[in-house]
Design a protein around this ligand. Structure first.
Ligand SMILES: Nc1ncnc2c1ncn2[C@@H]1O[C@H](COP(=O)(O)OP(=O)(O)OP(=O)(O)O)[C@@H](O)[C@H]1O
Ligand SMILES: [Mg+2]
Length: 254
């Protein structure tokens, strides 16, 4: 940014000396287009001093238009990525309980949350890609990852490492969400799954995130949530059965 500002000064000064009006408005576009004074001097020689202003304006508009097209292209790609992730995230076009790849769910959740994850939070994925799809309610599991990632990001105060790890344990699949944040104090630990229990300021947390996650994992999927925490290393482990439970609660599918 500093180098660009310097380059704009140089070009602005030069155009001003050549008598080009609003030289300072044109300079940023020219710099963005990678144009430098020696090249502009060649243009001035070619078109003559009286046409320099028109030539420079035309150049600046052309560059602006090109850059905008590039931005639109990027934006369209981002939007279509986001729509794809939103479909995965909501699982709207899917049957509520069917084999799901937890990695696809985790990635869709990360994409949906990308704007909420600060740039200084490094996201590390350690996926065991050999794990099979498991019978599950995908949209609900995405709510679980969302709550856990939200808590982890909050606990790190904007800086740290968020680790998503998966592995298999006999007949269970484990998804671990780890953070390098403050950790959960011993006196808080027994209460974190209580509804409306929150250590966050009023308006910042409802205290429902872990309550909802517990219901989804334990009641609905007959899985389990384990927590290990010390300052700088907190891990929430979601254990899910790899095979459909004969007592699967189909009545709770909506
Ligand atoms: N990764 C974590 N690190 C440290 N503390 C945590 C972590 N996850 C949860 N907690 C503690 O557990 C409490 C309850 O979490 P829970 O997600 O249920 O509610 P919340 O985050 O406070 O509010 P919300 O309803 O917005 O999720 C938090 O207020 C926090 O004290
Ligand atoms: Mg929460």
């Amino acid at each position: 940014a500093l180098a660009a500002a310097d380059a704009e000064d140089v070009i602005g000064d030069w155009l001003d000396e050549q008598g080009v009006s609003s030289a300072w408005d044109l300079a940023p576009a020219l710099v963005a287009g990678g144009i430098e004074v020696p090249w502009l001097a060649t243009v001035a020689d070619a078109v003559g001093a009286e046409h320099l202003e028109s030539a420079v304006r035309w150049l600046a508009y052309t560059i602006d238009a090109e850059l905008l097209m590039g931005e639109i292209d990027d934006a369209v790609t981002r939007v279509s990525d986001l729509v794809g992730a939103a479909k995965q995230y909501s699982q709207l076009d899917r049957a509520p309980q069917q084999p799901v790849d937890v990695h696809t769910l985790l990635d869709a959740t990360l994409t949906m949350l990308r704007a909420k994850i600060p740039a200084e939070v490094r996201v590390v994925k350690e996926y065991d890609r050999d794990l099979p799809p498991i019978p599950a309610f995908g949209a609900e599991l995405n709510q679980v990852w969302t709550n856990l990632i939200d808590n982890a990001v909050y606990a790190m105060g904007g800086r740290g490492t968020l680790t998503l790890r998966t592995w298999g344990e006999v007949d269970r699949l484990v998804v671990e969400i780890g953070d390098t944040g403050s950790g959960i104090p011993d006196e808080v630990r027994p209460r974190i799954f209580e509804p409306f229990f929150s250590t966050k300021a009023v308006g910042e947390g409802t205290g429902l995130g872990l309550d909802i996650s517990y219901r989804i994992v334990v009641n609905k999927h007959h899985g389990d949530i384990r927590v290990e925490s010390r300052p700088g290393d907190t891990r929430f482990q979601i254990c899910l059965p790899m095979t459909a439970d004969p007592e699967w609660d189909t009545s709770a599918s909506r």
